[in-house]
Ligand binder design. Structure first.
Ligand code: NDP
Ligand code: PYC
Length: 346
């Protein structure tokens, strides 16, 4: 669930094209010690999130990336090691680097395997994921493939029925092609609210809806600062979200060889913000399935959902924001733009 982000709070002073924003973010990553390849992949990811109105994982994340790189917690020049381990299994050691360059390094092999075997898995370990998850799956759907991904993060969620945090905010993202339309994509934290949205609410002095988290005494609170300062989040949907979060820990960490959300210790790296965990992707080639084209079937499902009154599919808002940003430019308020330029050393 997301908290509304009101850009009118700070007057919009400039609109950047997607390419201009990618260039600015790339220069920040390069200045803070990443390789050219890592800078490009992360800048496109972060600019894409901002373009699509995914604000909790857009430019809001840049100071966190920078403080993490400066802390020595992550290797910005890591070269991922891709292993072809079975007909349907690719393993990638991100070498203590970011997850997205690791995915990029093994992606061609993953797609080849999915097309040949009908399904393939990519298990990324030793990786840091600080971003939205939909950019990792959506491109597969544009290529006619179905993709599912999970990533675990850092201990801040109390499992249902427990009294202390253990799980991460552990998102699940899914993408499927749809005939004649944008793919069906959803991307959701298994916590009641993403940690990034709690930070944004705290910064703006907003209260959260009920049921999102608890304070340091384990009491329900709507104060984001109480959650961030010793409190914790709750899973969405009680025991159901908690079970999904547990599944994410198993798939993204136990299955990949990465850390569980509670296993890494960043206390010797002040400024470190990026969870050092793992990520799993499952890619399916639906052309192997029986019956009508999968993309036609997914379009039929959407048609029927609209027929019963549904007005908003997951992804609709993002695509509206994307179209607006591409037509008018990506709006950044003066303070944010100045902060980015300072990080870039301009
Ligand atoms: P939201 O609750 O905002 O949205 C979840 C999904 O539901 C989205 O696909 C969204 O589509 C859709 N949606 C939202 N409202 C509606 C509605 N009224 N009707 C239909 N669909 C709707 O996301 P979260 O707060 O759970 O997560 C935010 C981001 O945080 C995600 O991108 C996630 O990957 C990221 N994250 C990353 C982590 C990491 O470790 N890297 C950890 C946790 C979260 P739309 O996008 O179109 O609004
Ligand atoms: O918003 O919960 C979050 C998050 C964790 C790691 C990256 N984003």
């Amino acid at each position: 669930m997301s908290v509304p982000h009101d850009h009118a709070v700070n007057a919009v002073t400039q609109r950047l094209s997607y390419e201009e924003l990618v260039g600015l973010l790339e220069s920040i990553f390069l200045r803070h010690g990443t390789s050219m390849e890592v800078a490009r992949v992360l800048a496109e990811n972060c600019a894409g999130a901002e373009r699509d109105g995914a604000h909790s994982h857009g430019v809001f994340r840049m100071p966190g990336y920078v403080s993490t790189l400066n802390s020595g917690w992550v290797n910005g020049k890591a070269v991922p090691v891709v292993e072809d381990v079975a007909s349907g299994f690719v393993r990638v050691d991100a070498s203590n680097g970011f997850a997205q360059p690791a995915l990029a390094a093994g992606r061609t092999l993953l797609v080849e395997k999915a097309r040949s075997a009908g399904i393939a898995v990519m298990a990324i370990r030793n990786s840091h994921h600080f971003a939205a998850l939909w950019p990792d799956v959506e491109p597969f759907a544009y290529e006619g493939l179905v993709a599912l991904s999970v990533v675990n993060s850092m201990t801040c969620v109390v499992p249902h029925g427990a009294d202390r945090p253990l799980f991460g905010t552990n998102p699940i993202a899914f993408a499927a092609p749809r005939a004649g339309a944008e793919p069906i994509v959803f991307d959701l934290a298994t916590s009641a609210i993403a940690h990034g949205d709690v930070q944004i609410a705290a910064r703006k002095g907003e209260r959260l809806p009920p049921g999102m988290g608890v304070d340091s005494l384990g009491q329900p609170t709507q104060d984001p600062k109480a959650i961030l300062e010793g409190g914790a989040l709750l899973p969405f949907g009680g025991h159901k979200g908690s079970a999904l979060s547990m599944m994410v820990e198993l798939l993204a960490a136990a299955l990949t060889g990465g850390n569980f959300s509670f296993e890494f210790d960043w206390s010797n790296h002040p400024g470190a913000k990026t969870p050092w965990t793992g990520q799993l992707l499952i890619v399916i080639d639906p052309s192997k399935a029986a019956g009508q084209s999968f993309a036609e079937r997914s379009q039929e499902l959407v048609r029927q959902m609209h027929a019963v009154g549904l007005r908003r599919l997951p992804g609709d808002r993002r695509h509206r924001e994307r179209a607006k940003s591409l037509a008018e430019g990506i709006a950044l308020d003066a303070q944010t733009l100045a902060q980015l330029q300072e990080l870039a050393g301009n």
